[in-house]
Design a protein around this ligand. Structure first.
Ligand code: PM9
Length: 471
């Protein structure tokens, strides 16, 4: 069933009454077009890793939605209001007030980006040997939890691991799994429950408000804290508004606030939802935890009133947060991702269903059933997409999952995905058409593709810097 919010299907349903973005373009940035021969050379030099390509060699860049947002004229104007004082910048106080109002937490600590916040919360809230249950791992989040001596345990519902399961809230926590972890480890040995909305590695899938309420109640029964990765919470709120009974008439801002109010603290990579190119924060309700975080931030990020950011960046973030909560904006944002997903689904190209918030995830196992997982089918698919039309995607499979810290063996995730991540307010519908047609061309050539082997592998977060060659 098509979704009524998709621009294309709106036209089909109501007879050419299409729906478009609530903004127009004021500044443009030229793109580079390359030949196949140039791309072959660039990919070889990049060791078949799209992270190692120069962006000048990329035509349509769907590597990530992180820090790739187009800012509004208001945000650029805000940059001129940057107060670059070392201490007590007025932009920090503006940002603090906006976070307190929109996300609802009492205390705010700015950080340079999401992983700066993950580092601080992990160091502060995890004792060595403790367990952190969560709704699927995220690469940087789990690494910081492990570096702090913790162990992540996945408690997401089984449907999240099945690319074709149409569950509307595939980010939900399986309460029985969570209860079992608390029972086996003991509540005192749970550092906190780590809840993400949306869930990136599951395909940008949302968590429902009903589920968060249940998790909150379970945490309360056991005296366990509930912390939120709010990186794409605005996108999550859109899915709640669209799919969850009782929320159709609530605004995105109200839903975000209601969900945050069910949690004890949050960390944020503002480079996603908040429509900026850099920035992050931690926000908590507990004064003692805040004291520790505020002290630690000066060691690793910068003074507690800038946390590694320029004043102008904090101003752009404050304005971006407000813009991100506007219902028309978020509908167009998700609508564009869904438009791409529906084009591919119409052509029977295997993607994660339902289409998530920030990206369309291609099911690389279904693309290349003849390529074993330890020959990196999703990495291969990203490479083939680049070769076909200069489109840059990202691997989200076995390379991203990394090695087991105990055994050193590959971890084999059920999902072997290649992510077409859509930057916010950057590309047009015509770009999405070009992307879809390239994916189709690569799909039609799938039988000829051969696997990859690793020739260089760094110790941490290998997907960023590993190098490959064809088997
Ligand atoms: N996510 C992404 O492309 C950028 C780096 S990893 C390829 O999806 C969540 C849910 C994220 C995230 C980054 C971070 C870390 C935390 N949580 O990149 O450090 O998706 O700002 O945030 C990326 P930073």
């Amino acid at each position: 069933m098509s979704d009524p919010h998709t621009p294309r299907t709106m036209g089909q349903q109501f007879g050419r009454r299409s729906w478009a973005e609530p903004w127009k373009i004021k500044v443009v940035e030229p793109l580079t077009m390359t030949t196949r021969a140039q791309r072959e050379q660039a990919l070889r030099e990049a060791g078949f890793n799209t992270f190692l390509l120069r962006s000048d060699d990329v035509y349509i860049d769907l590597l990530t939605d992180s820090g790739t947002n187009a800012m509004s004229d208001r945000q650029w104007a805000g940059m001129m209001l940057g107060d670059e004082a070392y201490a007590g910048s007025r932009n920090f106080y503006h940002l603090e007030a906006v976070i307190q109002q929109c996300y609802g937490y009492r205390y705010v600590v700015p950080t340079h980006q999401g992983r700066g916040a993950e580092h601080l919360i992990s160091r502060t809230a995890i004792r060595p040997g403790q367990v952190i249950p969560g709704n699927m791992y995220f690469t940087t989040t789990r690494l910081h939890q492990e570096l702090a001596g913790g162990r992540f345990v996945d408690v997401i519902i089984d449907a999240a691991h099945d690319p074709h399961d149409p569950h509307p809230f595939k980010g939900n926590v399986d309460l029985a799994k969570l209860e079992a972890v608390i029972a086996s480890e003991g509540a005192a040995n749970i550092a906190y429950v780590s809840l993400a909305g949306t869930v990136n590695m599951a395909g940008g899938q949302p968590v429902s408000m009903a589920c968060v309420k249940d998790v909150r109640a379970l945490c309360d029964r056991h005296g366990v804290k509930l912390y939120l990765d709010a990186t794409r919470l605005v996108e999550n709120a859109f899915f709640i508004q669209e799919r969850e009974p009782g929320y159709a008439d609530r605004s995105i801002a109200q839903i975000v606030r209601e969900l945050c109010d069910l949690t004890d603290a949050a960390w944020m990579s503002a480079k996603k939802d908040s429509l900026v190119n850099i920035g992050g924060w931690l926000a908590v309700n507990d004064e003692g935890l805040f004291e520790e975080l505020r002290n630690l931030v000066v060691v690793y990020e910068g003074l507690h009133t800038y946390g590694g950011l320029a004043g102008r960046d904090m101003e752009a973030m404050a304005i971006g947060i407000t813009e991100s909560m506007q219902d028309d904006y978020i509908r167009s944002r998700i609508g564009q991702v869904r438009y791409l997903g529906e084009l591919l689904a119409d052509w029977e190209i295997p993607i994660v269903r339902p289409t998530g918030g920030h990206a369309v995830f291609l099911d690389a196992r279904a693309f290349y059933p003849h390529v074993p997982q330890d020959q990196f089918p999703a990495q291969l698919l990203a490479a083939e997409l680049y070769l076909d039309a200069g489109i840059r995607a990202m691997e989200r499979g076995i390379v991203s999952a990394g090695r087991d810290p105990q055994t050193g063996e590959h971890q084999f995730p059920k999902l072997e995905l290649t992510r077409l991540t859509v930057p916010r307010r950057v590309y047009t519908q015509a770009h999405m058409d070009v992307v879809a047609e390239s994916v189709k061309a690569v799909f039609d050539q799938r039988a000829a593709a051969t696997g990859l082997r690793i020739v260089y592998e760094p110790k941490y977060l290998r997907f960023f810097q590993a190098r490959f060659e064809r088997v």
